[in-house]
Design a protein around this ligand. Structure first.
Ligand code: NAG
Ligand code: NAG
Ligand code: NAG
Ligand code: NAG
Ligand code: NAG
Ligand code: NAG
Ligand code: ZN
Length: 481
């Protein structure tokens, strides 16, 4: 009785806010919770918005959180989506807990604080609220509630990299596409259930065949995708073992898999994110059971909490920058870009911004924009070892075609990098000593106090342990006296 009271009272100690219970929340409750969160964490300027309606008229709620200045240039946008399959319910609840975790730990936890000060995070806990209302708790397998109200699998409902998608576009997937047209997302996760693996593009293949062993469908950024999937799997206490789910699933080396190597399909959301918008999305299968009993949720949250946090930090890996008109200094939107050697284009944003997640190494960026001379800019991404990743920042002037094409600086056979590396003006400054490049790049980084990525031992969980102990002591004293 005493401990029951303790737990009960603890519910009311968290800054006066009711801490979210580990149960499943139907659409109406989800809406109330999100509205509550949108008022609860003013330091994270929460903004609750709907990207559209489901077939049955439910709002597709997104909560955005950030401690950055929303008009600042260059802040990466990250999105987390759950419940695209209505009967895969765990992610829906975990994302609500994640919102609370970010809100409660901002200002005290260094990693959370660093993330929120440098990132815009958009959370869509349910992409298929209609399907979820039909699905039933305890159903580990099966399809009931998977699709939307029109019986369409939303993860087959996107434009495909190789083929034309013949399925009529559903309101839920149309909403995602419109959302992505407006916001330049660069990193994303879609949370699923029914397996335990981090799955990365491509899912699609040129021709669907049914083979006992499927070859992988490799993308131009395979190294990056493998890295992102590995970050998640390694931070998850079980996923990285890659052990098959009990009901006869597959073993996955390292807990990651190329989508097509697992099983190929067309029209998936992660491929669309990547080839159309340059947004790197993973399909995270976080629970063997699709809709486990609510009593499993605390453990599932513990298993995925750190992995989700570390995954978000990866938005800061690689390069970012702006493309602008050398004469007017105005940003150039919709410039076409690619990393040479990686045949996957991406475009600059309305503000002339661009982002690309890349592993440490030396690269060249090609830029074409209508009305400007095209350019190729070499750059290096630095390995920050155990620190949180930090991007290389490039400011790239383009020269109007009415101006003479600037002559390239003379190649230096002894260095890989021509002198205009990392400079924002033309003509280039004299080549600095190559040994100083690292410092040069570091000087361009915006985060002067990189935070160490702490290998935190998972503690007892979501409960505010100090509050809890204090409360128990007070309560015990009260009861004894
Ligand atoms: C959130 O919900 C809790 C518990 O119902 C309530 O005490 C609190 O006032 C709510 N906060 C807001 C901002 O509505
Ligand atoms: C946010 O950034 C804009 C543009 O850089 C600036 O004008 C504005 O003052 C900033 N707002 C705050 C609160 O810092
Ligand atoms: C997965 O690996 C385990 C241990 O190595 C093995 O016992 C099991 O048969 C494998 N399962 C499948 C489906 O390959
Ligand atoms: C990027 O630019 C190309 C060429 O201008 C265009 O075809 C493509 O639709 C653009 N992508 C996006 C997401 O706007
Ligand atoms: C830029 O234009 C050239 C010439 O048309 C083309 O070969 C290259 O693929 C284009 N690159 C990008 C990033 O658009
Ligand atoms: C690096 O740059 C500094 C000044 O910018 C210079 O004094 C030094 O010689 C350079 N080279 C090395 C290897 O540090
Ligand atoms: Zn799924």
């Amino acid at each position: 009785m005493r401990s029951y009271l303790c737990v009960f009272m603890t519910l009311f100690t968290l800054n006066g806010l009711l801490s979210l219970d580990f149960s499943y929340h139907k659409y109406k409750e989800l809406t109330v919770i999100l509205k509550n969160y949108s008022q609860s964490y003013p330091k994270l300027s929460p903004s609750l918005y709907s990207i559209g309606n489901s077939r049955e008229g439910r709002q597709l709620w997104v909560l955005e959180l950030t401690a950055t200045n929303k008009s600042a240039i260059g802040t990466p946008n990250v999105k987390l989506i759950a419940n695209i399959h209505g009967n895969e319910a765990v992610g829906r609840e975990l994302l609500l807990h994640l919102i609370e975790y970010l809100g409660e730990n901002y200002g005290t936890d260094p990693t959370v604080t660093w993330i929120m000060r440098n990132t815009r995070i958009h959370i869509l806990p349910s992409m298929n609220p209609d399907g979820f209302e039909k699905a039933s708790e305890g159903m580990c397998v099966g399809e009931h509630g998977r699709c939307n109200l029109r019986n369409m699998d939303l993860n087959r409902n996107f434009p495909d990299f190789y083929v034309k998608n013949m399925y009529p576009s559903q309101p839920e997937s149309t909403a995602i596409q419109k959302w992505m047209d407006k916001t330049p997302f660069i990193l994303s996760a879609s949370l699923h259930g029914g397996a335990l693996v981090a799955n990365y593009p491509f899912d699609t293949v040129k021709e669907l065949t049914s083979l006992p062993i499927n070859p992988p469908s490799i993308s131009a950024d395979d190294d990056v995708f493998r890295h992102l999937a590995t970050v998640y799997a390694n931070r998850h206490p079980k996923m990285h073992f890659g052990i098959a789910c009990p009901d006869g699933g597959k073993n996955f080396t390292g807990g990651i898999t190329n989508g097509a190597a697992w099983y190929p399909f067309q029209g998936g959301m992660q491929d669309f994110n990547y080839f159309k918008h340059g947004c790197m999305e993973l399909t995270l299968e976080i629970s063997c059971c699709k809709y486990p009993p609510a009593r499993d949720l605390p453990q599932l949250w513990e298993d995925n909490k750190e992995a989700l946090i570390e995954f978000i930090t990866q938005a800061h890996r690689g390069i970012r920058g702006t493309v602008y008109d050398s004469r007017t200094e105005k940003p150039i939107p919709k410039a076409n870009m690619k990393i040479i050697g990686r045949e996957m284009m991406f475009n600059s944003s309305q503000n002339g911004e661009f982002w690309r997640i890349l592993l440490p190494g030396k690269y060249r960026l090609q830029i074409n924009a209508t009305g400007f001379h095209s350019d190729i800019v070499p750059f290096e991404v630095i390995d920050h070892k155990n620190d949180l990743p930090q991007p290389t920042i490039l400011r790239i002037p383009l020269f109007h075609t009415s101006l003479p094409k600037p002559t390239a600086p003379p190649p230096k056979p002894t260095t890989l990098f021509p002198p205009h590396l990392f400079t924002s003006t033309y003509p280039p400054s004299p080549a600095p000593d190559t040994k100083n490049y690292t410092k040069e790049i570091r000087d361009q980084n915006i985060y002067d106090n990189p935070v160490k990525l702490l290998r935190r031992k998972s503690n007892s969980g979501n409960w505010p342990s100090t509050n809890y102990v204090v409360f128990c002591i007070i309560l015990t004293v009260n009861l004894l006296s």
